[in-house]
Write a protein that binds this ligand. Structure first.
Ligand SMILES: [Zn+2]
Length: 225
């Protein structure tokens, strides 16, 4: 059955027409994971403090053993909103990368003004797991640098905010380059995103759903029923 894939959401919702990946922020969200649902788990750079770090990593390493935690993150580097200095943020990020490689689960990345760092570490580490930078801004230079490095992108509400000329990149993306996310918006926002993105790409919603489902299955090594 065709579904909408929502790769990153902080709003817990349940409907038959969507497969969502609910993001667990370690230390902020207490979640009893349900079977047949998907999650990601990571330490968000906004909530990083050097004194809670080891405890958070302990929680994280327990969570990621669960089968339905299909990705590590969101984690990453934020030069605007994090309390921590960049070198420590990078260290924490690298620990997430290591977990992603060990557990063979892709990485969902939060990045603000630090794209060059993410690309630097991707070049250096050459991870086997997919990296997905979420909440991407409509900056073609950044987007092509990420894609050229083999990093996938994910976006959502920017399609309703940015003007058309800045959304031009969406037409040119190949099917496996990108994911769609509702992030902080609630259902049925994800369906409105598919509608808008399918208009921009001049692609039917059904085609967009099929290609997003294929990308999801391949990237996260998931068997959908
Ligand atoms: Zn998020």
């Amino acid at each position: 059955m065709l579904k909408y894939i929502d790769i990153h959401t902080h709003e817990y919702y349940s409907t038959n027409e969507v497969i969502s990946v609910y993001n667990i922020i370690i230390g902020q969200n207490q979640v009893n994971t349900e079977q047949n649902k998907y999650y990601s788990a990571g330490i968000h750079p906004w909530y990083l403090h050097s004194d809670n770090l080891e405890l958070y990593f302990k929680y994280l390493s327990q969570e990621i053993e669960k089968n339905n935690i299909i990705a590590i993150g969101e984690c990453g580097i934020d030069l605007l909103k994090s309390y921590l200095e960049i070198s420590l943020q990078e260290k924490v990020f690298i620990r997430h990368v290591e977990l992603s490689e060990q557990k063979e689960k892709p990485l969902i990345i939060h990045c603000v003004r630090a794209y060059d760092k993410i690309i630097y570490w991707h070049k250096k580490i050459r991870p086997k797991q997919n990296w997905i930078v979420h909440g991407i801004k409509p900056n073609e230079y950044v987007i092509y640098n990420l894609l050229n490095q083999g990093i996938k992108i994910s976006f959502g509400k920017l399609v309703f905010i940015a003007n058309d000329s800045r959304l031009h990149f969406i037409k040119k993306l190949s099917e496996n380059d990108f994911f769609i996310e509702s992030d902080e918006e609630s259902y049925p926002f994800i369906t409105q995103l598919y509608q808008k993105i399918s208009e921009i790409r001049k692609q039917s919603i059904i085609d967009l759903q099929i290609s997003q489902m294929n990308n999801f299955v391949e990237t996260f090594k998931i068997k959908l029923e």
